[in-house]
Design a protein around this ligand. Structure first.
Ligand SMILES: C[S@@+](CC[C@H](N)C(=O)[O-])C[C@H]1O[C@@H](n2cnc3c(N)ncnc32)[C@H](O)[C@@H]1O
Ligand code: SF4
Ligand code: SF4
Length: 459
């Protein structure tokens, strides 16, 4: 193996600076074995580029190996199903999903594979053509995950007009702001991390158009920018004013990309989709085809074709076999030290933020604990109507983002609100996340290990 400054390569890739392609190629070619982990869109794009550069690749690793067969003319194997000499093997990790990549990277380390490159950073450096922000290019590339792409972060931040009147803190740019418009759905996913099955009776509702538009206005006036807005529910197509909400979001200049996320198993009309043909919008059709009925699948594919026929940019993810099971929500009666510990290992660069029904929630678990009426910890979120001005709202958001714990952490059994346990995407059914089981306290807890995303900083 020859010397190669990975960090310098990554930095250049993240900032669209000139890349040391020669050094990269010498390093990659100095291993006896080269494995690409992940035969999805990212893995395929990286493989194609390496093949163009005459780099020899041994195989893809992918959980779906049996189903996939050959990809890009390369064999696929289940990860770790064959032995490779650890010293002489380089793994390029080509899984972008922030949900699962952390734990898979941990598996790689545990199995003794220390030579690893991040496929996404290789993509940023060697394949991505951008040197200034252009959401249109990003959204058209299946291989990219704009959320986790660090080049996208940097180019987006550079493109913003930072508000001079807000100079007391660093610029307030969010990687993600999930806007939630309802708490009802056409499906019943057992492990939905929005806990949609738990919203019943008067909590199973669409939020009012007026409330939603007001929240959007005050939030975007208070912050400098948001890179990615997932618009979700529940199921957004059950909201009668979806179209007006989408059009309103598109009037804001300080966001990058709007992902209208749907299960695709719902009624979609031309009127619903009017105005969706926009450079900054893409529809994400979550893929639950392994979990739903034939009739539902038919409707899903019909809706995809319908949206495409109207000229809308559509993303259909792989039918990922894995979902991360969300945390239970009951109070685990932690003391202050335990709350602080959980918070410390949890908070990281890919935390999701929520704008929902008059509130800014700084993490995905503060929302359901509050919205389901399990507890009301008013210090854990910002009620937008309590702010007296844009600047006041900005300060309140800053404060809630800079706490050293949330009381909600005492309800949470895994970093990011996700347990390490995986489940099938979109599996239908019901699981009670709220009732505390009658077990001794120690047996109910899943150990709160450091959030896998932290690995990114050391790789
Ligand atoms: C909560 S859903 C709401 C939007 C829409 N109903 C849907 O299913 O696409 C938002 C996104 O979260 C994803 N999701 C929900 N539960 C998940 C889990 N337990 N693990 C990983 N992703 C999950 C869905 O696949 C979807 O892309
Ligand atoms: S993940 Fe499933 S239950 Fe949850 S909102 Fe989406 S389709 Fe509905
Ligand atoms: S509630 Fe859970 S997800 Fe939220 S900050 Fe605390 S530990 Fe993290």
């Amino acid at each position: 193996m020859i010397e190669f400054d990975k960090e310098a390569f990554y930095e250049a890739a993240h900032h669209a600076l000139p890349i040391d392609t020669e050094g990269f190629l010498s390093y990659v070619s100095s291993f006896e074995n080269l494995i690409l982990w992940g035969a999805g869109y990212l893995g395929q794009a990286v493989a194609e580029k390496l093949q163009d550069l005459d780099v020899e690749i041994n195989t893809f690793w992918d959980l779906r190996a049996t189903k996939l067969g050959e990809v890009n003319g390369l064999a696929t194997e289940e990860p770790f199903s064959k032995e490779y000499d650890r010293e002489n093997t380089l793994v390029i990790f080509c899984i972008a999903s922030s949900f699962i990549r952390g734990s898979l990277m941990q598996d790689l380390k545990n199995q003794g594979y220390a030579n690893m490159l991040m496929g996404q950073y290789v993509y940023e450096g060697l394949i991505c053509p951008l040197d200034k922000y252009d959401s249109n290019v990003c959204k058209k590339s299946n291989a990219c995950d704009s959320y986790t792409c660090l080049k996208n972060d940097n180019l987006f931040a550079k493109s913003l007009d930072i508000k001079p009147e807000f100079t007391e803190h660093e610029p307030m740019i969010f990687r993600n702001l999930t806007i939630v418009i309802n708490q009802k759905c056409t499906l019943k996913c057992k492990f939905c991390y929005s806990y949609t099955n738990h919203y019943v009776d008067d909590k199973r509702l669409n939020f009012s158009l007026e409330r939603i538009l007001h929240d959007i206005d005050v939030f975007f006036d208070a912050v400098d920018g948001v890179k990615l807005i997932p618009l979700i529910g529940g199921e957004v197509f059950m909201h009668p004013d979806l179209n007006k909400i989408v059009k309103h979001i598109l009037t804001k200049e300080n966001f990058g990309l709007l992902n209208v996320t749907t299960n695709g198993i719902c009624k979609m009309t031309e009127e619903d989709l009017d105005g969706f043909q926009n450079d900054r919008l893409q529809m994400v059709f979550s893929n639950y085809t392994d979990s739903v009925s034939e009739k539902q699948k038919e409707l899903y594919y019909k809706n995809i074709e319908f949206a495409k026929s109207l000229g809308i940019q559509v993303i259909v993810p792989n039918n990922t076999p894995q979902w991360a099971m969300p945390t239970t929500l009951y109070d685990q009666e932690d003391d202050l030290d335990a709350l602080k510990h959980k918070f410390k290992v949890c908070r990281g660069p890919f935390d999701c933020k929520y704008l929902k029904n008059g509130h800014f929630y700084p993490c995905s678990i503060v929302d359901p604990v509050h919205s389901l009426g399990i507890a009301d910890y008013s210090h854990d979120y910002v009620a937008l109507d309590t702010a007296s001005s844009n600047l006041d709202l900005r300060r309140k958001i800053y404060d809630v983002e800079h706490r050293d714990h949330y009381k909600t952490c005492g309800h949470c059994s895994g970093p990011g609100g996700l347990t390490g346990v995986v489940s099938k995407a979109g599996e239908q059914g019901y699981q009670d996340f709220i009732t505390k089981p009658e077990l001794p306290k120690t047996e109910t807890k899943i150990s709160f290990m450091a959030k896998p995303e932290r690995l990114l900083e050391s790789n």
